[in-house]
Write a new protein. Structure first.
Length: 252
């Protein structure tokens, strides 16, 4: 009696597939090829360098989106809110990041529109050069970051960079100095907002804990009792609308 083995099964399966494909028309598979040749003119070299720069910018796009926009402040404040309420995993991280991302697009819409009208579209229509497009795109983004940056933080990074000539105006500060100063200021602002968020929920926790202690209920965790009250207070105060509205208005 013939006994099936795994190897024999796979051999039979391959033979069956080969028999089925024998009479079928072969499918054309596309071929992709990349050729490297010699540049015939300086224009070819410039186009190649622009493609490399665009690929580099696409690679750095997530970091640029996080560090040069309103995303950092929003996501940190929402994380503080979860911890203050006592639900560190609700809303989930995906929801928090999604809210932060779309709220960032809402806040940054004027800046993005300015970049699109004065930098991207003129460059795509061959009205300005690539260098001019980068310069035009930097101006509204720099203005946004400088509005949200504390003067002390900006001065700190100017001193750390040790320029040969101190900048006379904020517009003279290099973008490599503005970005870290902006990030530091955003973290500072987010922590200040987080402190104010913690105060009402901390009062509720203290009240519940003192009440349980006075009743002699030592074994009952206060978070079990305080969590429904904190959720109720947050809902009755229309907390989501107040928080999101305050965050969006804080960037104007």
């Amino acid at each position: 009696m013939w006994r099936r083995t795994p190897n024999g099964f796979f051999i039979v399966l391959l033979l069956g597939l080969a028999a089925c494909a024998w009479g079928q028309t072969p499918v054309a598979v596309p071929r992709v090829s990349v050729q490297v040749g010699t540049a015939q003119s300086p224009k070819d070299v410039a186009v190649t360098l622009q493609v490399l720069i665009l690929m580099t910018l696409l690679t750095l796009a997530p970091a640029l989106l996080i560090m040069t926009t309103a995303f950092t402040r929003i996501v940190v404040v929402l994380s503080f809110l979860r911890t203050a309420i006592g639900t560190p995993s609700i809303p989930p991280n995906q929801v928090v990041i999604g809210i932060s991302l779309f709220l960032t697009f809402f806040v940054m819409a004027p800046v993005f529109n300015d970049i699109n009208q004065n930098a991207l579209q003129p460059y795509l229509n061959n009205r300005i050069s690539f260098q001019q497009a980068l310069s035009n795109a930097e101006k509204p983004l720099r203005a946004f970051m400088l509005r949200q940056t504390y003067e002390k933080d900006l001065q700190l990074f100017i001193n750390l960079s040790k320029p040969k000539q101190p900048p006379r105006t904020p517009n003279d500060v290099p973008i490599t100095t503005v970005i870290p100063a902006f990030i530091l200021s955003e973290l500072k602002t987010a922590f200040i907002i987080g402190f104010y968020i913690y105060i009402p929920f901390l009062i509720i926790d203290l009240f519940v804990a003192s009440t349980l202690m006075s009743m002699g209920m030592m074994m009952l965790p206060p978070i079990v009792i305080s969590l429904p009250f904190k959720l109720l207070v947050f809902i009755m105060a229309n907390g989501w609308t107040l928080l999101i509205g305050s965050l969006a208005a804080g960037f104007k």
